[in-house]
Design a protein around this ligand. Structure first.
Ligand code: ATP
Length: 331
């Protein structure tokens, strides 16, 4: 499980701190695919970096912490912010954005695989055995072991993405974080990557956290999801509930903008733009774009709270019983 405990982070810039994650507080459970959605620049990648403990200058934690805990091979573990990096690959791994360009193009895949295995694990067995395990693992993922002798520049984008996912999951980490795993791939390859992630999660029975701005990706593979807006979590719940009964006006507009089979009505985007994180409005940050803005929304920040069991949202309208939407999207 990952507990995100009232986490706030900022980037240090010459013009002062840019507050990107603001009092984010939720849990990601064991054995689930959790999605994080939201417009470009809302802080999805920053949150994922914090989950992976890439909290290096200029990104700093202002308050709160993260706890990664669980059990692996019968052994309980618990790591906090600052310690999580000591267990990279073993308990948590990361498929970064634009992962296809993460592999060194002129180093054979085999060497990159071996380099990714923590030293403590690799010295326990002869290299030939490790290589055999890697080959077997690739075969399990329907990838040819011949890939190990290839250089990344010889592989297609989709194949490089599969190799990165294989690398990230080889040590059976409890948590795999994937940032936009299907971006920049054609739809057929995208589907293959999504299927690969889903079947890996079933096989490893671990937790996957998928960041994507593509609501279709969340609809297809996530069990629960969180919607971020301007550095905060505005809604969280089971994916099917988010699509069927969105609560927050932002989620309603996101879901309402999706094309549906048989629906010929013209789709409109969300008017306006998210506020600059350097100069956000007081109160609810969505208020300037919200069709239901009230005076209260302009003055105070709505609390992110449990609205019904397992369902969280941050909206003043909830107090007035107005934040409900008709069933409009079924899974
Ligand atoms: N190193 C940095 N210094 C200052 N600001 C940064 C830095 N990195 C990111 N930011 C700012 O933090 C905000 C959130 O960025 P982040 O990459 O987390 O968003 P995102 O939701 O993942 O966006 P995208 O979907 O486009 O990847 C953006 O406004 C971005 O400009």
């Amino acid at each position: 499980m990952i507990k995100i405990d009232h986490l706030s982070t900022s980037y240090t810039t010459i013009d002062g701190p840019v507050h990107v994650i603001n009092d984010v507080d939720f849990e990601i459970y064991d054995n689930e695919i959790f999605g994080i959605a939201g417009e470009s620049g809302c802080g999805k990648t920053t949150l994922l970096k914090a989950l992976y403990d890439i909290l290096d200058f200029p990104l700093v934690v202002d308050s709160g912490k993260l706890i990664l805990s669980g059990e692996k091979n019968g052994q309980a573990f618990s790591f906090e912010t600052g310690q999580i990096r000591n267990t990279w690959w073993n308990h948590i791994s990361y498929v970064p954005q634009a992962a296809q360009s993460v592999l060194n193009p002129i180093v054979p895949v085999k060497k990159q695989f071996l380099d990714s295995i923590p030293k403590a694990n690799i010295t326990k067995e002869p290299k030939a055995i490790t290589m055999k395990r890697i080959s077997n693992y690739l075969e399990e993922l329907s990838l040819s072991p011949d890939l190990l002798n290839a250089y990344p520049f010889q592989l297609s984008g989709g194949m490089r993405q599969r190799v990165i996912i294989a690398l990230a999951t080889f040590m059976s980490p409890n948590v795999v974080l994937a940032d936009e795993p299907t971006t920049a791939l054609d739809v057929v390859v995208q589907r293959g990557i999504l299927m690969m992630l889903m079947s890996l999660q079933k096989q490893l029975k671990n937790t996957m956290v998928i960041v994507s701005h593509d609501m279709g990706v969340h609809y297809q593979i996530t069990d629960r999801m969180g919607i971020m807006y301007s550095g905060s979590m505005v809604e969280l719940g089971k994916t099917e509930d988010i699509f069927e009964k969105p609560i927050h006006p932002y989620t309603r507009m996101l879901v309402g903008a999706l094309p549906r089979v048989g629906d010929k009505s013209q789709k409109t985007g969300i008017p306006g733009r998210p506020p600059a994180l350097t100069n956000p409005p007081p109160g609810c940050r969505f208020a300037p774009r919200c069709p239901k803005t009230a005076e209260e929304c302009k003055k105070s920040v709505p609390k992110f709270r449990e609205v019904e069991k397992g369902r969280f949202a941050a909206c003043h309208l909830l107090n007035r019983g107005e934040c409900r939407c008709q069933k409009n999207y079924s899974k």
